[in-house]
Design a protein. Structure first.
Length: 193
């Protein structure tokens, strides 16, 4: 049976945020759009939206333009527009300070871990039960976390970024094609670095 998915990459709109660590979710969604030859993004319900097909399943790609802390507004509107249930259809991709750089982790539920975009989604839809693809960006103990996530990749990280984006997009594909258990077993055990 073919299903529909809403794949949300978290980030901030605007040129000043384009290449920051906090925008890794946008970059993964862009990779999926490229990979599946999307016809482009349109502004719908406070998000840039494109539709693709992955293994016979319709996938709605979304990049909220609400800024990170209000991402839940766009997610709720899109779930309603496409008549989707968050438990089975929503996949959120975002940066995670608490994971080592280059690590991908898939979760089915849980707290926001301090990520304000994820917290906005939890607060707005009223549940923490949705699929997540967490992309480890590591930490710099010398920097304030806000400055770090809003900063650009450093020269040691840059060589790995394309592979990280590809690996996270592979995890999203696997969730749709193979399901949660196989994806978690495959991706939660290895690092991209």
């Amino acid at each position: 049976m073919n299903r529909e998915f809403l794949i949300v990459g978290l980030g901030n709109p605007g040129k000043e945020y384009e290449h920051t660590r906090h925008n890794i979710g946008f970059l993964v969604v862009d990779e999926l759009a490229r990979r599946y030859k999307s016809s482009g993004f349109s502004l719908i319900d406070r998000a840039l939206v494109a539709e693709i097909c992955i293994d016979g399943h319709k996938a709605i790609l979304a990049k909220p333009v609400t800024y990170m802390n209000n991402s839940g507004q766009a997610v709720k509107l899109l779930l309603r527009r496409y008549n989707l249930e968050y438990q089975s259809s929503l996949i959120v991709i975002y940066d995670d300070l608490d994971l080592p750089f280059g690590t991908i982790r898939v979760r089915t539920k849980g707290s926001s871990g301090g990520h304000r975009g994820v917290q906005s989604i939890i607060d707005t839809i009223g549940s923490n039960e949705f699929l997540r693809v967490r992309v480890g960006i590591g930490r710099d103990p010398k920097l304030d976390p806000v400055d770090y996530v809003l900063g650009r990749w450093n020269k040691e990280q840059l060589p790995y970024i394309d592979h990280m984006i590809t690996h996270a997009a592979d995890a999203v594909e696997s969730l749709i094609k193979e399901g949660v258990e196989i994806t978690m077993n495959s991706f939660n055990t290895k690092s991209t670095k």
